[in-house]
Design a protein around this ligand. Structure first.
Ligand SMILES: Nc1ncnc2c1ncn2[C@@H]1O[C@H](COP(=O)(O)OP(=O)(O)OP(=O)(O)O)[C@@H](O)[C@H]1O
Ligand SMILES: [Mg+2]
Length: 247
């Protein structure tokens, strides 16, 4: 099986297709190491993760509970920094950016669905979804129009003004997905995006992720225990003992 995680640019044939050359190693996590210290005990969670993602690729990350899936996704999403290692986007090490540049990169390039949503319960579905668009500098009416469009696609057109705290768990999950997708990010990182959904709603979310993956060549990384969702991705990788293994 082709393993892009082990890609080495020195092995690239001279006459490689230009598009392919641009795509290879578009996002590269190299030697990502991350430990946590708790009450004097250190847990070595990630011990040298290598992952290359190409434009439009879809990857499932699987592995046991507590193994480090969310930790890795947060680092890929630049929400957390590794102890060592680099994250390259189109050849630039994004952890070298200052905080303002990194925040702008994250806002414009990455859509993140958190395992535990992190929505604002006192605000409506529409307001929660608009947030990244407002941060990016769009006007309120522009942000609201985009939010309505994406909330319709996740099947929440009748819940626009509902306070998120009053929505069901599955509805909240779909708002979290809409918020991640509103700016049509180049990269969608989703941590258990269908964890709280019934079969019908899971299917709808799978469908939407796959449609956007195709439509926008959106690179998708999902952490999931849902083997059906994993099977829709172009490949799966497993975290075990702090390393990534291809499945
Ligand atoms: N901020 C933190 N401080 C201390 N320990 C942490 C922190 N975040 C994660 N950990 C520990 O790191 C390990 C990996 O956690 P992580 O959340 O990445 O697991 P996971 O694979 O996503 O698990 P799950 O499938 O249950 O969501 C766990 O043992 C967890 O307790
Ligand atoms: Mg997790």
């Amino acid at each position: 099986m082709a393993n892009s995680a082990s890609y080495d640019s020195s092995q690239q044939p001279a006459a490689v297709d230009r598009q392919q050359a641009q795509n290879v190693g578009w996002i590269g996590a190299r030697n990502i190491v991350k430990s946590f210290r708790n009450g004097g005990v250190s847990i070595d969670v990630l011990k040298g993760i290598q992952l290359n993602l190409t434009i439009g690729e879809s990857v499932a990350i699987v592995g046991a509970s507590g193994i480090g899936k969310s930790t890795l996704l947060h680092i890929l999403g630049t929400l957390d920094r590794p102890d060592s290692g680099t994250l390259e986007f189109k050849g630039e090490d994004v952890f070298k950016y200052d905080d303002v540049k990194l925040a702008r990169f994250r806002n414009r390039t990455i859509g993140f669905v958190f395992q535990f949503h992190h929505l604002l319960p006192e605000f409506s579905a529409l307001e929660n979804t608009m947030m990244p668009a407002l941060i990016s500098g769009l006007s309120k009416p522009e942000a609201a129009a985009l939010a309505e469009e994406i909330l319709l696609r996740v099947g929440l057109q009748d819940r626009l003004q509902h306070r998120v705290g009053k929505l069901s768990g599955g509805e909240q999950q779909r708002v979290a997905l809409a918020r991640a997708l509103i700016l049509k990010p180049a990269i969608l990182l989703a941590d258990e995006p269908t964890g709280n959904l019934d079969n019908a709603n899971s299917d709808q979310v799978h469908q939407l992720i796959l449609e956007l993956n195709q439509e926008l060549s959106m690179t998708v990384v999902v952490v999931t225990h849902n083997m059906e969702l994993a099977s829709y991705m172009s490949r799966s990788v497993t975290i075990a003992a702090g390393q990534l293994q291809n499945v």
